[in-house]
Structure formats: structure tokens, C-alpha cells
Design a protein around this ligand. Structure first.
Ligand SMILES: Nc1ncnc2c1ncn2[C@@H]1O[C@H](COP(=O)(O)OP(=O)(O)OP(=O)(O)O)[C@@H](O)[C@H]1O
Ligand SMILES: [Mg+2]
Length: 472
């Protein structure tokens, strides 16, 4: 302690800390400049006033007075936070420690020392508020929000997750997240997580994918999964946001079905309506040409030309009708695929090898049409984008399994260019018939499109998974 009391006083005024002395009646015996600044007056003016409402709130004042009422029973300093104003009249928060001190006169006084915690309090308050906001969002979200640690254990499970997966949060928390996935993802999930943690190569983080979810009752459903990662010190946590897209998928399938039906109807109308009319007109003009032959060679020649034009129109109508309605029965699939190959050869100058088994008995006309359209789009892409010279098309049937493969010797690609829809629609068609589409391609090595239906997925190293397993 400095011997000179003036030094001590100067020190007490200049530390930047808050200091005050209050007697047992709650009267101020001393305040330093820092405390005085919160009252907008000089330190001396506060001496002799009650600490109540000048420097302390009622609650804090009573704590201090109570401390002095029984200084012998003192168990430790009293701590509290005091809100006050600064010179600019903005709120400050001071954390005080009050300790009793027995003076030479035997009277007890409370020594208050404090420091400014406004910033800390503001941060804590902001954190508390943002946590409450986030909690409210998570609790009321329509999407399932699930967090897990880097060992795959669920840490939180919001009400939407309970609704979507059928588990109560208490049942899910602490369990492995793979319980929300059907096979084969269930068994493979930890490999995906370990692989990501080891290599940093993310298949799903920050990407978002359509995958399959597993409910508590064992049923599966299509879901859109987006995964985010948070690092906290050395540990990593993952947040999965899941949207149940069952209804959307159903509607999409319905729309595709309606579109297919509508195309079929237009195809039939073209064939049976316009096609028949044109056929009738061609027969009439042929008969007229016959009759005109004796009367006027010129008129007969012109009528023959008319017949030829009508026959062209018939052929075009047939082609249009075929395009809109490529199959009448599922068992026409191999022939239709071969025809498609001939068409590509004659119209686009490529060579095509087509080998197609009959589809399984159980295969519907709609499923066969989807397969045909997949082949058609893959073949068109091969010629349009890959400038392929040769295409290999095969459709193998093994029991109830079908594997349709379209391989081209074209330029290949690493990333799709343009904003086309073909790849997405192919993928969609594959899913609608319960199948899976894989596309393997790289520049210079051609492209292979495989659609597998009814069996295990093809073991191809894919660059563009149309569907993908949830890596995390
Ligand atoms: N066999 C292929 N060879 C080379 N590039 C391909 C092949 N298939 C697809 N691509 C690439 O992928 C892109 C997307 O193909 P997609 O079929 O989705 O669209 P598109 O053919 O451009 O348009 P759309 O099919 O809607 O008429 C193409 O623009 C092309 O860059
Ligand atoms: Mg295309």
C-alpha cells in the first residue's frame, strides 16, 4: 500500500475500475470518478447520499445492506451486475464485488469494486437471443433438421424429424444416423463418413441430393437431403436438412404419365385420323391418274405427282405418330429399339449395333416406353454432343432385371454443358419405373449410359450419379 493517501486516492480514481464505499445504512462514504461518471456529477457530490437509486438498484442495494447487517457471518463477497448510464447516456453494465470491511471505529462498511462488462453482456445477450431464434426456427421448421457428430451419432432431432421419420427425439438422439437409411446405405454409411473425414472428398456435403429415407415403421420414402458441416475446435458436426418429397415425386410421376398418355392419344389420332384420310386421298388420286392416262398424259403425270406427295405425307404422318407412340405393346420393345437404330443410321449416318432381349413379362407398356425414351435421348445426345460414329445399344433381361446400356464412341464429357433437360428427364424416367441411371463419361472416352431396373445397381465408376447414396 502506498504510504501517501493522495497516491492511493489518485490510483483509485485512475484504474478504470469502479470503486465505492457504502456504510451499513446504505450511505455513500466514497465513490471514484468512474462511479461518479455514471451519475453525471462529481464524486464528492455523491458522498453522504443514499446508494439506493443513485449508484445501486433497489435489489443490489439491499444485498449490500444485508451484507453489512451481519458482517461476522460473512461467507464471501457478494457479486452482482449493475446497469447504469455513462456520460453519453448509453447503458453500461458493471459487474461488482462487494466485501465487508470493519473500520478502526468498529463500524462495518461495504467496499464495492467493479469493472465494465457491457460488451461481454451484450455478446451474451446477442448469443442468447440468436440461440432462441435458431431454436424457434428449428422447432417450427417444416423440414427435418438432424445434427450428428463425426462418428455418426445423432445429437439433435427436431419435431419435423420426429414427424417425418416416426421416431421421438429421445429415441433418436444418441443413436447412429444410419438407422434413418435403408440398405445398402445403412451398412455403407460409416464408410462414406470415414472416407470423407480421411480424404475431405464430399459427395453430399454442400451439394444436396435426392436419396431414400427409412421410417421407424420400416417404410421408405424419397427425400431431399442437404448436409452442412460445422467445426468446433477439433471436432466436426454435421447438420442434415431433410425434406420429404413423396408428394412432389408422386405429382411428377403423374405429370409424366399424363404427358405420355397425351402423346399416345395424339399419335393415335394422327395415325387413325389424318393418316387414314391421307391414305384415302392417295388412293383416289391414284385412281384418277389411271383414268386420266388415256385422256391427258400431262394431267395424269401431275396427278401421279399428287399421289407421290400424298404418300410422302402418309409416311411423315406415320413417322410422327411413331415418334409420339413408339410402342403399342411392351413386347414390341426389342423391335422398336432396332428400328430406332435403323433410323439413326439412315438419318444421321452413324452405325448402330442393337441387341435387345424381350422385356420381362411383368414389364408394363409405360415402363417399356420409358426405357425406349431413355435410349432415344442417350442416342440423340451421343450424336448431337459427342459426334459419335458408332453406338452400341443393348438391353439385357435376367429374370425380372433389365439393364439397358447405350455406349457411344464420341467425344465424352466431364461436365454437362448447357441447360438441357435430357439427362434429368432420363434419370427421372429411370426412377419412375423403380430403376437407377448411371452415366459414365470422360473426354475422349465416349459415354456410357446404363439404366438398371429391378436389380442391384451397376458397378460402374460414375462421374454423374443421377441418384446417389447419402455420403453423410
Ligand atoms: N453422349 C454425350 N456425349 C457428349 N456430351 C454429352 C453426351 N450426353 C450429354 N452430354 C453433355 O451433357 C449436356 C446435357 O445433356 P442434356 O441431354 O441434359 O441436354 P441437351 O441435350 O443439351 O438438351 P435437351 O436434351 O434438353 O434437348 C449436353 O449439353 C452435353 O454437353
Ligand atoms: Mg439431350
Amino acid at each position: 500500500m502506498p504510504k501517501d493517501p493522495a497516491w492511493a486516492k489518485a490510483m483509485i480514481h485512475s484504474t478504470g475500475l469502479f470503486a465505492a464505499v457504502v456504510d451499513a445504512a446504505g450511505q455513500i462514504l466514497f465513490v471514484n470518478n468512474e462511479v461518479a461518471s455514471t451519475c453525471g456529477c462529481g464524486a464528492d457530490m455523491l458522498v453522504g447520499q443514499s446508494a439506493l437509486d443513485s449508484i445501486l438498484s433497489s435489489e443490489n442495494f439491499h444485498q449490500v445492506v444485508a451484507l453489512l447487517a451481519n458482517p461476522d457471518g460473512f461467507r464471501g463477497p457478494v457479486q452482482f451486475e449493475q446497469t447504469c448510464l455513462n456520460n453519453q447516456k448509453s447503458t453500461r453494465i458493471v459487474a461488482y464485488v462487494a466485501s465487508p470491511h470493519i473500520q478502526d471505529t468498529g463500524q462495518a462498511v461495504a467496499i464495492l469494486t467493479g469493472f465494465d462488462v457491457t460488451d461481454r453482456a451484450k455478446i451474451t445477450d446477442a448469443l442468447r437471443r440468436s440461440e432462441a431464434q435458431i431454436r424457434a426456427i428449428v422447432e417450427t421448421a417444416v423440414d427435418a433438421i438432424i445434427t450428428m457428430n463425426d462418428r455418426g451419432f445423432i445429437e439433435s432431432f427436431n419435431p419435423a424429424a420426429e414427424r417425418i421419420f416416426g421416431y421421438a427425439a429421445a429415441e433418436a438422439i444418441g443413436q447412429k444416423v444410419d438407422m434413418l437409411m435403408p440398405e445398402p446405405y445403412h451398412s455403407e454409411h460409416h464408410h462414406y463418413v470415414n472416407n470423407y473425414l480421411r480424404t475431405g472428398h464430399a459427395k453430399i456435403i454442400g451439394v444436396g441430393r435426392e436419396v431414400t429415407g427409412l421410417r421407424k415403421d420400416g417404410s421408405t420414402f424419397p427425400m431431399y437431403l442437404a448436409v452442412g458441416e460445422q467445426k468446433a475446435g477439433d471436432t466436426r458436426h454435421f447438420t442434415g436438412i431433410v425434406r420429404d418429397i413423396t408428394e412432389r415425386k408422386r405429382m411428377e410421376a403423374e405429370i409424366l404419365h399424363i404427358a405420355e398418355r397425351e402423346q399416345r392419344r395424339i399419335g393415335q389420332d394422327l395415325h387413325d385420323g389424318l393418316g387414314q384420310l391421307l391414305t384415302g386421298a392417295a388412293m383416289v388420286s391414284k385412281a384418277i391418274a389411271q383414268r386420266l392416262k388415256k385422256k391427258s398424259k400431262v394431267l395424269a403425270g401431275e396427278t401421279e405427282n399428287l399421289t407421290a406427295l400424298l404418300n410422302d405425307a402418309i409416311a411423315q404422318t406415320r413417322r410422327l405418330a411413331r415418334g409420339l407412340q413408339p410402342l403399342d405393346q411392351a413386347d414390341e420393345f426389342p423391335t422398336a429399339l432396332e428400328e430406332l437404330g435403323y433410323q439413326m443410321e439412315s438419318l444421321l449416318g452413324v452405325t448402330c449395333d442393337v441387341r435387345a432381349d424381350a422385356l420381362p413379362q411383368s414389364c408394363s407398356l409405360l415402363a417399356a416406353t420409358h426405357l425406349y425414351r431413355i435410349a432415344q435421348e442417350a442416342m440423340n445426345n451421343a450424336v448431337r454432343h459427342g459426334q459419335a460414329k458408332h453406338l452400341d445399344i443393348s438391353s439385357q433381361t435376367l429374370g425380372s432385371l433389365v439393364r439397358l446400356t447405350i455406349h457411344d464412341d464420341g467425344a465424352g464429357f466431364s461436365e454437362p454443358r448447357g441447360r438441357g433437360l435430357g439427362l434429368r428427364i432420363m434419370d427421372y424416367r429411370a426412377r419412375v419405373i423403380g430403376g437407377h441411371l448411371d452415366i459414365r463419361s470422360s473426354p475422349g472416352s465416349g459415354t456410357t449410359v446404363v439404366c438398371s431396373v429391378g436389380g442391384p445397381e451397376p458397378n460402374l465408376e460414375t462421374v454423374h450419379h443421377a441418384d446417389d447414396s447419402p455420403a453423410i
